[in-house]
Design a binder for this molecule. Structure first.
Ligand SMILES: Cc1cc2nc3c(=O)[nH]c(=O)nc-3n(C[C@H](O)[C@H](O)[C@H](O)COP(=O)(O)OP(=O)(O)OC[C@H]3O[C@@H](n4cnc5c(N)ncnc54)[C@H](O)[C@@H]3O)c2cc1C
Length: 390
C-alpha cells in the first residue's frame, strides 16, 4: 500500500526542524546573506539538536536517520535559508563515500569525529577544468611506500574554508579516464591551503572555497574503497545526496510560494487584492503544483534508498524537477510582488538568487537530463551513469 501520511515520529522530526528554521535561521538569514559571513552559532545549534549529521549511522555515534527523515529535515531548513541549510547538510555529502566504502577503522575515526564535536568535512570532486566531466580532473594521488601523496586543486568546495578533513577524488591512473579515479580521506594540515572564498550570487551564508593539496601525505589506508573505483563511489554518493538537494529546492519553492500567497492577499490594485485577479491565481496555482510534485518526487527518491534499492533515475528526476521548480517558483514569486520583488528589502529577491544554485550543484539540470535519458534509453541497472558533477 502506498501511504504518504507521516508517522508521529516523522511529524515530530519535521516540526522540530521547522521550529529551528523559524526561530534560529529565518531571523538571521537575510543578515548572513547580505554579509556573506559564516553562521557559526546557527550551525553549532543545528549540530547540538542532531539536525547536522542526521545521516550518521548509530554505530558511529550518529542519530542514524533515514534518507526520508533527512529529506524532511532538509526541506524545513532550506525553507528557513538554503545557504545555511547547505552548510548544515554538507557533512552528509562529504561522508557519504565514507559510509559507502571506507573501512570500519576509518568510519570510526572520521564519522565519529563529526558525531563528537561540531566539525565540518568537505566533498572535493570539482576542479577548474573538471566540472560536469570529472574524468578530466588533474589532481593526482601517487603511492609512495605506506603513504599516498596528493597534489592538485579543487574549486567550489562547500564549507572548504572550515573543514577538518576532505573526501578527495584524485587520479591514480592518469590514462584511464573515469576508471582511473580513486577517493581518499585527507585530514587538514599545513600542506592543504584554502585559496579563495567565492563571493556568490546566492546562498551567501554557505562557505564555498578553492582548496589545494600540495604534496599532501596521507596514510595508505586512507583510500576509500578500492583503487580506481572512485568514480563509481562518486556516482553512488550523488544518488544518495540528490534527494537532499531536491528537498532543499522544495523548501525554497515552498518559502517563495508562501510569501507570494501572503503578498497577493494584501496588495491591492484596481480596487481588489491582486489575489482576486485570475492571472495571479493561475500563477499561484502553478507554483503550488510545482511544490507539491517536487516534494512527491523527492520523497519517492529517498524512500527507495531506505528500501535499499537503486534510485539513480528517481534521484535525477527529483533533483532536476525540484531544482527547476525552485527557480520557476521563486521567479514567479518576484513577479507576484511586482517591482517590490526586485528590491532587497523584500524576501523573494533572495529566494530567486538562492534557487539558481539548485540547477547547478550536485549535477546541473542538463546533467540530470543526461542521466535520465541514459537510464531511459539504456536501462542497464547495473551501470553507473556517464556524467557527474558534484
Ligand atoms: C555554490 C557551489 C557549491 C558547490 N559545492 C561543491 C562541493 O562541495 N564539492 C564539489 O566537488 N563541487 C561543488 N560545486 C561544483 C558544482 O558541482 C559544479 O559547478 C557543477 O558540477 C558544474 O560544473 P562546472 O561549474 O564546471 O560547469 P560545466 O561542467 O563547465 O558546465 C557548463 C555548462 O555546460 C553544461 N554542460 C556540460 N556538459 C554537458 C553535456 N554533456 N551536455 C549538456 N550540457 C552540458 C552544464 O549543464 C552547464 O550549463 C559547487 C558549486 C557551487 C557553485
Amino acid at each position: 500500500m502506498v501511504d504518504f501520511t507521516l508517522t508521529d515520529e516523522q511529524q515530530a522530526l519535521r516540526d522540530m526542524a521547522h521550529d529551528f528554521a523559524e526561530k534560529e535561521i529565518r531571523p538571521v538569514a537575510w543578515e548572513f546573506d547580505r554579509d556573506g559571513t559564516w553562521p557559526e552559532q546557527v550551525l553549532r545549534k543545528s549540530w547540538e539538536l542532531g539536525l547536522m549529521n542526521s545521516h550518521l549511522p548509530e554505530e558511529y555515534g550518529g542519530p542514524g536517520a533515514s534518507f526520508f527523515d533527512g529529506a524532511l529535515i532538509e526541506e524545513e531548513l532550506s525553507w528557513g535559508c538554503s545557504g545555511i541549510a547547505t552548510s548544515i547538510a554538507a557533512n552528509g555529502l562529504a561522508t557519504a563515500p565514507i559510509v559507502l566504502g571506507a573501512s570500519d577503522d576509518l568510519k570510526r575515526r572520521y564519522l565519529g569525529m563529526l558525531a563528537e564535536a561540531p566539525l565540518y568535512a568537505s566533498f572535493c570532486l570539482t576542479e577548474p577544468d573538471a566540472g560536469s566531466d570529472v574524468s578530466g580532473m588533474r589532481t593526482t594521488a601517487v603511492r609512495k611506500g605506506d603513504k599516498w601523496v596528493i597534489n592538485g586543486s579543487k574549486c567550489f568546495i562547500t564549507n572548504g574554508g572550515y573543514a577538518s578533513y576532505f573526501t578527495v577524488y584524485a587520479k591514480t591512473d592518469k590514462d584511464a579516464g573515469h576508471r582511473g579515479i580513486s577517493a581518499f580521506i585527507v585530514p587538514k594540515d599545513d600542506t592543504v591551503t584554502v585559496d579563495k572564498k567565492e563571493d556568490k550570487m546566492g546562498q551567501r551564508a554557505s562557505n564555498t572555497a578553492s582548496v589545494s593539496f600540495n604534496d599532501t601525505e596521507i596514510p595508505a589506508d586512507h583510500l576509500i574503497g578500492e583503487e580506481n573505483k572512485g568514480f563509481k563511489l562518486a556516482m553512488m554518493t550523488l544518488d544518495r545526496t540528490r534527494p537532499g538537494v531536491a528537498a532543499m529546492a522544495t523548501g525554497i519553492a515552498r518559502a517563495a510560494l508562501e510569501f507570494a500567497v501572503d503578498y497577493s492577499k494584501q496588495r491591492v490594485q484596481f480596487g481588489v487584492p491582486i489575489a482576486m485577479h485570475q492571472a495571479i491565481q493561475f500563477m499561484i496555482a502553478d507554483m503550488a503544483t510545482k511544490v507539491h510534485l517536487a516534494r512527491l518526487a523527492t520523497w519517492q527518491s529517498a524512500v527507495l534508498l531506505d528500501q535499499g534499492r537503486r534510485n539513480t533515475i528517481e534521484s535525477s528526476h527529483a533533483k532536476r524537477f525540484a531544482a527547476d521548480a525552485a527557480m520557476e517558483v521563486a521567479t514567479d514569486a518576484v513577479q507576484v510582488y511586482g517591482g517590490y520583488g526586485f528590491i532587497k528589502e523584500y524576501p523573494v529577491e533572495k529566494l530567486m538568487r538562492d534557487a539558481k544554485i539548485m540547477q547547478l550543484y550536485e549535477g546541473t539540470s542538463q546533467i540530470q537530463r543526461l542521466v535520465i535519458a541514459r537510464e531511459t534509453l539504456l536501462p542497464r541497472r547495473d551501470q553507473a551513469p556517464v556524467a557527474a558533477g558534484a
